[in-house]
Design a binder for this molecule. Sequence first.
Ligand code: PHE
Length: 436
Amino acid sequence: MSARDAWKSKLGFILAAVGSAVGLGNIWKFPYVVGKNGGSAFISIYLACIILVGIPILIAEIYIGKKSQLNPVGAFRFFQKGKIPFSPIGYSGVLCGIIILSYYSVITGWICHYLMLSFRGFYGTETEISTIFDNLNNTPWLNVAWHTFVMTAIMLILMKGVMKGIEKASKILMPILGILLLVLVCYSLTLDGMKDAWHFLTSPDFSKVTGGSLLEALGTSFFTLSLGIGAMITYGSYLKGEVNITKSAVQIALIDTLIAFLAGIVIFPIVFSNNLEPSAGPGLIFQTLPVLFAKMPGGHIVSVIFFALVLFAAVTSAISLLEVAVSFIIDEFKCSRIKAILIMGSVIWLLGILSAVSSWNVAGTPFLDLFDKIASCYMLPLGGLCTALVFGWAITTETKYKEIGSSVITKILLFAAKYVSPILLLIVFLKEIGSF
Ligand code: PHE
């Protein structure tokens, strides 16, 4: 068998990990979840979740991957001590990645569609523009076609390998994403609604925060950092040599959070300048924003930049989702990379058709919503909980101090990984089960 793939540079790893983390979670989910939960009070809770749970588990995943140099299934097996098998945690992660990518690809397809429409410009009355989304949803062949296009593109990138495919794509797409985002931030700063948006994002009103907001904050922080399915284990497994894991994890989380916040800075001034409610929900970027793009001066260019940015973010995340499943097949079945990509890509493409045809549902719930619920509400927190338990309790503290470091910050984060994260994740998981 050929040698295991590896990153060319540490920067390449950081950009790929940031590419995985920054995705629809930051630009599509974060702003509407913040809008729904009353703004900045929610952001404070979200930040606490990132620090107390996100970063500790990120350290855990990178460490587990780097140490074992294996896919999530093999990696958990590697750390097994007693009779209780750890590999099911990895299997559940791989399955969860498959489920998420199946609908993530459909949503990425919507973004491709909107990008194409942006080139032409959004015209027509408010109702006409906001029905574009319904029309798209009610045209199964179009959804399936975009889904097929996205899956093919992702498979082609992965076929080039870890260094020449994932690392290179991230090195090109992430800086462009950063520049596009800054251009949009500058634009939003000139809008009248900026003052209201800034107030909304920075003056906490804790009366709007409910128990549900806490769950939502933890779930969103987990999803946006790509935790709980072994994506960071997989990326960590391509790391060689000396790496400061704590520093990398903090950098990844910082950039991810900054980008989510900047996405809010872009979106909310547009919403407030048009006297709209910030709590528009999941339709925010597909239904609300295009209406505003149509009326805004320069809206045509802004919409092209905006949807290109979201597309780049989504593609680099989708790449990491597929890589989890691919690395599993390569390691466990000693299969060639190309074959593994063809097998897993086809399975996910087939599964995604269920989400692409929006009229197909289970007891009235469309497959896309169902898969999102199963993956982000149950499987991610459960995966995170098990990861925290393995990392916190099956590996001795001395080993971790020796291999990760023993600076005060690392010690605090390792403490959080052992005690705070599992407790919080357990609460979230039980709450979700309770509300089932
Ligand atoms: N982090 C990605 C986002 O914010 C989603 C993702 C989840 C990617 C889990 C990989 C693994 O959109």
